[in-house]
Design a protein around this ligand. Structure first.
Ligand code: CMP
Length: 141
């Protein structure tokens, strides 16, 4: 089915100037960008987004990293978009990511791992609504 998923190009990838290369991976693999913006996340916004990880030991480092520079947030649309985007990203830890994935090609570490993507329909709905009003998402069909 045609789905929407939420994606972040993280500060490491923005800093390396590979936004376009990452967007090309989406576009070359059947995903359309239907909403996008660049943002500097505050600690409050980053903390709310990653609220489920609040008790994890890596949470402080995650928030520090995600607020260290601008990010791109986008909504991707396409057939099986949630699983497709996760396949394109590769494993969370770039050292474990398959060759040819975004994280294998552009990421350095589990913290600076280039991209985020929703892991389920429920998180996609929550994450899209966290960053975008309905009026900011365009119908491109
Ligand atoms: P992301 O998909 O954005 O969701 C949470 C992030 O926390 C994850 O990508 C990683 O960048 C980061 N992280 C750091 N350490 C871990 C860990 N041990 N397990 C999962 N995520 C981690």
């Amino acid at each position: 089915a045609v789905e929407r998923t939420f994606s972040i190009v993280k500060p490491d990838a923005v800093g390396k100037n590979v936004i376009g290369k990452i967007y090309s991976r989406f576009e070359e693999n059947g995903l359309r960008i239907v909403a996008a913006k660049m943002l500097q996340l505050s600690e409050e916004v980053a903390g709310g987004f990653y609220a489920e990880h609040r008790e994890r030991p890596f949470f402080p480092a995650l928030i520090e990293f995600m607020t260290s520079g601008p990010v791109l947030v986008q909504v991707l649309e396409g057939e099986n978009a949630i699983a497709k985007n996760r396949e394109l990203m590769g494993a969370t830890n770039p050292q474990e990511a398959d060759a040819g994935t975004i994280r294998a090609d552009f990421a350095e570490s589990i913290d600076a791992n280039a991209v985020h993507g929703s892991d389920s329909p429920a998180s996609a709905a929550r994450e899209i609504a966290y960053f975008f009003a309905a009026s900011e998402i365009c119908d491109r069909a």
